[in-house]
Structure formats: structure tokens, C-alpha cells
Design a protein around this ligand. Structure first.
Ligand code: PEP
Ligand code: MG
Length: 560
């Protein structure tokens, strides 16, 4: 049997193909490289040539980019050509540094200057780090830390992917994604699912595959088989085909075997998702992540621009519901035009709805733009605030939304305080939607971006299930809808348990809907409630999962 690595399967599907590795940035310390060979003049020249080639690459990309991105790229190219940077390189070389160390040192002093120059410049620090890594890779003759640009399809293997990497990923080329780090609710997971690309994350450091090695990736099982046999490939593909075939036979609104309705909705982000999302057999959009539209923007979108993009989405979903989440800026999704300085703990800082304390016009403008687009459309438009912690926040948000002409306003439940007091949130909001990605992050105090603590973010853990139960009960008591729109909703094993906990709407990547619809059709609601009760009573995530699945196995019925 071939060598197999196991991780979290975060996007279903089976793919087989040659590996292309995305290089990790080189870690440079004095004496750790050979770019110190040669005279000081040669070392300076090598460093200058590496910087020039990075600046040229930026100029080239600026030519092919839209006007906003082109401005950013051109500004970065100017930074790399700045004579102060070059003289900092020369002076480090003069003190005996290698070319790579001199580049790192020079960028280090630039970095400190930017950080000290105020919040706007501090936001550019990560760009600077990226440029440094590229220049260092160039001078050391190492592969660039970027998504490979090949003329054939490949399985992308990376240490981890940043939102900026995933934004430039070409779905026609990438057969599957494998990352050594990253958790089940990382942006790699969200993006892979939205593009329908099979993905396995958190397979552990040092996966021993080289470029062009063939791997078999199973996004449902969370496995990566290195050099699989023909037999192994055939078996995996056959299993996947039969799963797809079975899912194709079911259609229409979600429901349990005995007819309890469960809305199946789609999550959307960047405009490129739109057509696939609209074509999916769903009751509408349960989460429209509006910040994804503006990740690359240096300046806030105007009202007219916003009205145009929202109108496009509402037109695609004419006659269906669209839940628009206002900008969830900050932490893992920084927006350049929503600035609030450096924070020691951005996930606990000014993010989501909290940004409106400092930038109320941005929220006001967005609500007006959503209302203007909604007024011309037959979509049933709801608005929702991200990162609500206490009732006063949703009260204020709902007042603003209604003043803008939006009749239905709700809150995301992503913070344990909001889940525990969902009843008070629902006094002011018309509905809630549980963001299990952030709710897990804050419940387990484990950064969702950090693979090292990814195992703690287990959506099966009874602590998280209990918060979902409390929220769902509050919704039932208030007679108001409770949805789940985090990644947990798209897991065909966990989704039935969420319904058993009282959730009646599940929003997920379009590619995940068929499998979730199929599994719900197999069980009556009381079996789902039993499974949920067993999971709640378990000690940890693994035993919750096995208790729920064995209960469900008893009632598993063929789809009527
Ligand atoms: C969540 O936190 O579960 C969620 C849906 O929001 P996001 O992943 O965009 O933070
Ligand atoms: Mg969230």
C-alpha cells in the first residue's frame, strides 16, 4: 500500500495528479547561507540584482492588474527601488553580512520605520515581509514562496496558504490543495470549498513529496496517498462517483426523512463564486461575505460601486433570500481602508461590527447601498452583523438597518457571550446565524489561523455543541430563525447533529449542498435529536462524533 498522510478533509472530492509545491519562505540567519561568498561589492551587487528583479516582477504584475491593484503593486515596486533600502543593504554588507542577511536586515529597519509611522503604514508591513522573502529566495536561488505558475494541472502542496495566496489561485489548474498547517475553518478550507476543489489541511509538517510526485487526495476522508497504485486510484474514484450519483438523485428544499424542513443555503464571497452559487439547488444565500469583494482595495468602495455589486448578486438570486453580512474587517480579513492601528491581539480587537465604532460612515454607507440595491430587486434581502458580543450592539445595528430601509436585521453568533445570551440578542434581532468558525476560535481560545492549535478547533466538541443548542433553543422560544453558516454546516456527518440541536437552516459552499441534502433525507428528526443528545453528553469531540454516528447508523434508511 502506498504511503498515506492524514489531515482534516475540508473540501470533498477526489483528485489525482502531480504535486507542485509552494515553497516556504527561507529563514535567514547570519552564517546560514552561502550568499556571503564573494567580495563586499559582489555581495552588494547580488542583493541589488535580487531587489531589482522583485521590483520588475511587481511592475509586470501591475500591467496586468485592475487599476486599484496596479496602484498598490506600483507603490510596492517603488518601495523596493527606494535608494534608502539599497544603502541599508550596502551598509549591512559593509559590516560583513551575506547578501541574504543584508536584505533581511535592510527590510528589518524599513519595517520598524513603517511600524512607527502610524497605522496606515503599519498595514503595509506584511507586504514588506513578502517582498523580503521574494528577494531572499532570489538571491539564494530558492523557489519563490508563491503559487507555482505551471502549464499543466497540479496538486498544490503548501506549508499554509494566506488569503492573499488563495485570491490568485487558478481553479482550472489546481486539482486539489494539501497544506501541512491550517485548521478546518481556515481560509484555505473556505476557499477550496467555494471553488469545489478537494482539500486536505493540517497533514503535519514535512510531508515527503517532491514536485511531480503523483498523489491521490481524498477530501472526504482527509487522506493524501503518495504514489498510489492504479487500484487505489480506481477504488477512490469509484466511491466518489457513487457518492456524486446518489447526491444527484435528490433535489429540492432540504428536509429530514419525515419532512422537517431544513433550509439549504449557499455561502458566497468574491464575485467569481457567483454563477456557480446561483446555479446550485439552494433556497438562497445564507452568508454573503461582503468583505471578500474588497480585500484588494486600498480605498473604501463608493456607494455606487457597492450598489452595482450587490445588484449583481441580488439579480442572480432573484426571488430567493440573500443574507448580506456587513463588512467583517479585521483579524484574519484585514481591509486596508478599515484601519485601527496595530493591535496585540487582532482577533480580540476592533473587528467585524466593532469597526463601526470608529468608522460609522462605512457601515451607514454599506447599509444604504444594500437597501438601494434591494429596492430594485425581487430578492428577499436580509442583513446581518458580524462579531456581535452583546445585545446593545445588535439593537443599534438593527435600528440603523431599519432606518436605512432594510426590514430584516440579524446577528452572527460567533462569540460565546452572544451564544449564552442568544435570547437577548433575539429580542432585538430578527434572526441569528451561528458562525462556528469563530465561535470555535473563541470557545477554545485557539487561533483559527494557527495550524499548531488546529486540533483544538474540533466542531464536534460538546462545548461548542452546547453553545449551538442554547442558541437554537433561544430561537425556538422566540419563534425566530437560527442558522449555521460556519464550516460545520457543510460537513455531512455533523450537519444532521446540528439539525438535531434545533438548527433549521444550514449555509455552506455550493459544492457541499448535495451531500448534506442526501444525508438529511436518510433520518427522521427524532433520530437526529437522539444523536445530538448523545453528542452533547460525550466527554470530547471524538466520543461525541462516534456516539452520534453509531446512533444514526441504527436508523440509516435508503432515500425515499
Ligand atoms: C464563521 O466565523 O463561522 C463565519 C461564518 O464567518 P467567517 O468564517 O467569515 O469569519
Ligand atoms: Mg466569522
Amino acid at each position: 500500500m502506498s504511503d498515506t498522510r492524514k489531515g482534516f478533509g475540508v473540501s470533498r472530492g477526489v483528485a489525482v495528479g502531480p504535486v507542485a509545491r509552494m515553497a516556504a519562505p527561507a529563514v535567514v540567519t547570519p552564517g546560514s547561507d552561502h550568499s556571503g561568498d564573494g567580495t563586499p561589492a559582489e555581495r552588494s551587487a547580488a542583493a541589488a540584482a535580487a531587489l531589482a528583479s522583485v521590483a520588475d516582477m511587481l511592475d509586470e504584475r501591475a500591467c496586468g492588474a485592475g487599476s486599484d491593484s496596479a496602484d498598490v503593486l506600483a507603490a510596492l515596486a517603488m518601495m523596493v527601488r527606494d535608494p534608502t533600502l539599497l544603502s541599508a543593504v550596502d551598509s549591512a554588507v559593509g559590516s560583513g553580512a551575506s547578501a541574504a542577511v543584508a536584505i533581511t536586515t535592510a527590510f528589518g529597519s524599513f519595517r520598524a520605520m513603517l511600524e512607527a509611522a502610524g497605522p496606515y503604514f503599519a498595514e503595509r508591513v506584511s507586504d514588506l515581509d513578502d517582498l523580503r522573502d521574494r528577494a531572499v529566495a532570489k538571491v539564494l536561488g530558492l523557489p519563490m514562496p508563491e503559487i507555482p505558475d505551471l502549464d499543466h494541472p497540479f496538486v498544490l502542496v503548501a506549508h499554509d496558504l494566506a488569503p492573499a495566496d488563495t485570491a490568485v489561485l487558478d481553479p482550472a489548474k489546481v486539482l486539489a490543495i494539501v497544506t501541512e498547517r491550517g485548521g478546518p475553518s481556515s481560509h484555505t478550507a473556505i476557499l477550496a470549498k467555494s471553488l469545489g476543489i478537494p482539500a486536505v489541511v493540517c497533514v503535519g509538517d514535512g510531508i515527503t513529496v517532491a514536485d511531480e510526485d503523483v498523489v491521490l487526495v481524498d477530501g472526504a476522508l482527509g487522506t493524501v496517498q503518495i504514489s498510489p497504485s492504479d487500484d487505489e486510484i480506481e477504488r477512490a474514484l469509484a466511491r466518489y462517483r457513487s457518492e456524486v450519483e446518489e447526491a444527484r438523485r435528490a433535489s429540492g428544499p432540504g428536509r429530514t426523512a419525515d419532512g422537517t424542513p431544513v433550509k439549504l443555503m449557499v455561502n458566497i464571497g468574491a464575485s467569481r463564486d457567483l454563477e456557480t452559487a446561483a446555479a446550485a439547488d439552494s433556497e438562497g444565500v445564507g452568508l454573503f461575505r461582503t468583505e471578500f469583494l474588497f480585500l484588494e482595495r486600498a480605498t473604501a468602495p463608493t456607494q455606487a460601486e457597492q450598489i452595482a455589486v450587490y445588484t449583481e448578486v441580488f439579480d442572480e438570486f432573484a426571488g430567493r433570500r440573500v443574507v448580506v453580512r456587513t463588512l467583517d474587517a479585521g483579524a484574519d480579513k484585514p481591509l486596508e481602508f478599515v484601519r485601527h492601528g496595530q493591535e496585540p491581539n487582532p482577533a480580540l480587537g476592533v473587528r467585524g461590527l466593532r469597526t463601526s465604532r470608529f468608522n460609522p460612515c462605512l457601515l451607514g454607507d454599506q447599509l444604504d447601498a444594500i437597501a438601494a440595491a434591494a429596492s430594485k430587486s425581487s430578492a428577499d434581502v436580509w442583513v446581518m452583523a458580524p462579531m456581535v458580543s452583546v445585545a446593545a450592539e445588535i439593537r443599534e445595528f438593527a435600528d440603523k438597518a431599519r432606518a436605512a430601509g432594510l426590514a430584516v436585521a440579524g446577528a452572527m453568533i460567533e462569540v460565546p457571550a452572544a451564544a449564552l445570551r442568544a435570547s437577548t440578542i433575539l429580542e432585538h434581532g430578527d434572526f441569528v446565524s451561528i458562525g462556528t468558525n469563530d465561535l470555535a476560535q473563541y470557545t477554545f481560545a485557539a487561533d483559527r489561523m494557527l495550524g499548531a492549535v488546529g486540533d483544538l478547533l474540533d466542531p464536534w466538541h460538546p462545548a461548542l455543541l452546547e453553545l449551538i443548542r442554547i442558541t437554537a433553543s433561544a430561537g425556538q422560544a422566540a419563534g425566530k430563525p437560527v442558522a449555521v453558516c460556519g464550516e460545520a454546516a457543510s460537513d455531512p456527518e455533523l450537519a444532521p447533529v446540528l439539525v438535531g440541536l434545533g438548527v433549521r437552516s444550514l449555509s455552506m459552499a455550493p459544492s457541499a449542498i448535495p451531500a448534506v441534502r442526501t444525508v438529511l433525507l436518510r433520518y427522521p428528526i427524532d433520530a437526529l435529536e437522539d444523536a445530538a443528545a448523545l453528542a452533547l453528553g460525550a466527554e470530547d469531540g471524538a466520543s461525541a462524533r462516534s456516539a452520534a454516528l453509531s446512533r444514526l447508523d441504527r436508523d440509516r434508511a435508503p432515500i425515499a
